[in-house]
Design a protein around this ligand. Structure first.
Ligand SMILES: [Zn+2]
Ligand SMILES: [Zn+2]
Length: 307
């Protein structure tokens, strides 16, 4: 799998920085975030789990992600330190995120990042917003929590992903943490479509002819656009008006670091929004609650000429 470790991505960005004498602010911000996440990952190590093989296959069979909030073992002191570092980094890029609200800068991580808040974020329910004044504040806090929790959730993926029967899963949400996908790729071997979890970078197999957001399998509602070289795809769904970006690894020549591709393809996001589509996800709780979806695999898809 071409996931690409944080260190590989940091190295690649450093290379670009040397060649070009600097990085665009977004990539520079991402590089700093990765360093924080990578340092946290080293402290976290590999979590110990009490899930038996039987429980794992049972949960996969029933479309239940392998970790629930109560099963997460979080080092709260490390979590708070990481949160503080991530918040500082966000604050240093006002051109990307605006000026951080005073609350976020001054309240301190232990007051903001309570168990109640992390649980709400993890389960996709509304954050307890007692300190957040506006929707923008809440949105920013969600992004900061997302970036803080990532190395913690990714550590579970490292331990558990090998135990997931990919053919049996095929749900719209991550088999490890229940998060939604924000990127996809078609594999080199057979062109099968895999989704990438926005929260823990887990990759999972998913049918090509189904919307990962609303689950429709109606061919008339699903389409994709490609770029001139056919490397990138923009999957769109007319039923829920959502989109998902993907890269076709059968057509790429150089090394692909998937998490980095999310950022290198921001022009596709702009285009998708111009067409009137919104990104996939954003409704985790609802997605996870619905395990009644069909798991049939589609292998036909409708293509749309490049825009
Ligand atoms: Zn995940
Ligand atoms: Zn849809």
């Amino acid at each position: 799998m071409p996931k690409g470790s944080d260190n590989n991505i940091i190295r690649k960005l450093e290379e670009q920085e040397r060649k070009e004498g600097g990085l665009p602010p977004l990539l520079e911000f991402y590089q700093r975030l990765l360093r924080i996440q990578s340092k946290a990952a080293q402290h976290i190590g590999l979590p110990k789990l009490s899930l038996t093989e039987e429980t794992i296959s049972e949960r996969i069979e029933h479309g239940l992600p392998l970790i629930g909030f109560d099963e997460l073992t979080l080092d709260w002191s490390l979590l708070h330190d990481t949160f503080a570092e991530v918040t500082t980094t966000f604050a240093e890029y006002p051109q990307l995120f605006g000026t951080l609200p005073e609350n976020l800068r001054e309240l301190g991580s232990s007051r903001l990042l309570t168990q109640e808040t992390v649980k709400a974020w993890f389960e996709g329910s509304e954050l307890p917003s007692k300190w957040m004044v506006s929707d923008t504040d809440t949105c920013l806090l969600e992004s900061i929590i997302h970036a803080t929790l990532k190395p913690f959730l990714a550590s579970y993926s490292k331990v558990l992903l090998g135990l997931v029967n990919q053919e049996k899963w095929r749900c719209r949400y991550c088999p490890i943490c229940g998060g939604n996908a924000d990127f996809a790729f078609l594999d080199k071997e057979r062109g099968a479509r895999w989704l990438l979890c926005s929260r823990c970078d887990t990759e999972w197999l998913f049918q090509r002819l189904q919307c990962p957001h609303c689950g429709t399998q109606s061919q008339n509602d699903l389409a994709y656009f490609t770029d001139d070289e056919g490397i990138y795809r923009l999957y769109v769904c007319e039923q829920c008006k959502r989109y998902l970006k993907a890269i076709d690894l059968q057509r790429t020549k150089s090394e692909v670091l998937l998490p980095l591709e999310r950022l290198l393809t921001l022009d596709i996001d702009t285009q998708a929004r111009e067409y009137g589509y919104n990104p996939c996800g954003g409704d985790d709780a609802k997605l996870r609650g619905d395990t009644s979806q069909t798991k049939s695999s589609g292998n036909h898809e409708q293509s749309t000429p490049s825009p």
